[in-house]
Design a protein around this ligand. Structure first.
Ligand code: FE2
Ligand code: FE2
Length: 177
């Protein structure tokens, strides 16, 4: 795998991040997308540098937790700017990364195997917003397998439980004040 200064990159991304760092599209989601992607890559043979960079960048330029037109494209543009600073990716890797970021929320099903692995890694984390990832919306056989679905979904659900519990406590406190 190519060079990546993971800590430096994440610190940089946090500083420019516009929405909740600990929310549905923040660092914990990115880390799970990375874990999902690397799990799938063992089988799909996807480029692991691209998979990891996708995880950190695809939602990094969101400005809203909801519908956020163009956020993938903005993530791609940021990735392009950061190449050579926090990581070193070849032209081919950058093409794949930018394409994967740009179209990750367009619902596409077929593409290069690295790109499909990125999209599946993201889709496998839908459990965090209370949705169950459906095999028919996943691009790779590796992601559609029951064991992958379960592993990813358990990761997402254990985060959701903690996230929801924290918000219950906060809401309770607000109602008391
Ligand atoms: Fe996204
Ligand atoms: Fe995402």
């Amino acid at each position: 795998m190519g060079f990546i200064d993971r800590q430096g990159l994440i610190r940089y991304l946090r500083e420019q991040f516009q929405i909740n760092w600990f929310g549905h599209h923040g660092i914990a989601h990115w880390a799970r997308v990375r874990a999902n992607g690397l799990m799938l890559a063992r089988e799909t043979g996807a480029n692991t540098l691209v998979v990891e960079l996708f995880a950190w960048l695809h939602d990094a330029r969101r400005v809203s937790e909801h519908e956020d037109e163009g956020h993938g494209g903005r993530g791609a543009t940021l990735g392009h700017r950061l190449n050579g600073h926090f990581f070193e990716a070849t032209d081919l890797e950058m093409d794949l990364l930018m394409h994967a970021c740009r179209h990750h929320s367009d619902g596409w099903m077929t593409d290069d195997v690295t790109v499909m692995t990125c999209w599946d890694a993201d889709r496998l984390d839908l459990g965090r917003v209370g949705m169950v990832p459906e095999p028919r919306y996943l691009c790779t056989k590796a992601a559609r397998r029951k064991s992958s679905l379960q592993k990813a979904n358990n990761r997402a659900l254990s985060w959701k439980q903690r996230f929801d519990a924290t918000h219950q406590v906060q809401l309770g406190q607000m109602l008391q004040d």
